[in-house]
Design a binder for this molecule. Structure first.
Ligand code: SF4
Length: 212
């Protein structure tokens, strides 16, 4: 793949063309939906990140990419001011997969696939000259990439086992994913630990790459 020369004055037409190309790439990588969103319209709420703590998520304080270690919503609101667009995508999975034990192979693979799509999109944008592209994923890298029995290396003061793949989830930093997905016209349902998969037509896993 040719690597784009970095230009001081980025052409907006090129950016929009590239974003369209990343939508197609996301679909090729396994996403079921992909679209470009206005970065200023991405909803970020303290309450979303607070929901990781109360009631406490299994991932809370277990890895460097989850609260309380993940970037705070206030940082993300500030960060979003530096970006013009986001590439939002989702994968639909059978709702039963999300209910399974966190060690279940299919469940882990579904979450890991989002991290993989995010890192490939981010890398494509980087080599196109959008070098500040940054991605957010779904779930916790603690259970989708690492062996939870070994614990997070970063929290032990060591290097991340998957530094190029580990990303905070959109929720962990306060992005209101339900609202973002619903406002994109895509089907989404609340999915909590008491949910009965038979009552939920589809499970969604989403990722986002910010580009400027
Ligand atoms: S990938 Fe593993 S070592 Fe890296 S931040 Fe996530 S849990 Fe920690």
């Amino acid at each position: 793949m040719p690597i784009a020369k970095i230009a001081e004055d980025r052409d907006r037409v090129i950016l929009l063309k590239d974003l369209d190309k990343y939508c197609q790439y996301a679909l090729k990588l396994g996403a079921d939906e992909a679209r470009v969103v206005d970065a200023s319209k991405i909803p970020v709420e303290d309450a979303v990140a607070f929901k990781c703590r109360v009631p406490q998520c299994f991932g809370y304080n277990t890895c460097a990419q989850c609260p309380p270690h993940a970037p705070k919503p206030s940082e993300i609101r500030q960060l979003l001011k530096s970006y013009s667009h986001g590439l939002l995508f989702l994968r639909r999975v059978h709702s039963e997969v999300l209910k399974r034990d966190r060690n279940d192979k299919e469940r882990r693979a579904a979450f890991k696939s989002i991290l993989e799509i995010v890192s490939k999109l981010e890398s494509a944008a980087f080599y196109d000259g959008h070098y500040l592209a940054v991605g957010f994923s779904a779930g916790s890298c603690f259970s989708s990439l690492c062996d939870p029995n070994l614990g997070c290396q970063v929290l032990k003061g060591e290097k991340c086992r998957f530094p190029l793949k580990a990303r905070p989830s959109m929720e962990a930093v306060g992005m209101d994913v339900y609202r973002l997905i619903a406002s994109s016209g895509w089907e989404i349902y609340p999915y909590g630990s008491d949910a009965n998969p038979e009552d939920i037509p589809v499970g969604n896993l989403a990722g986002l790459v910010l580009v400027k």
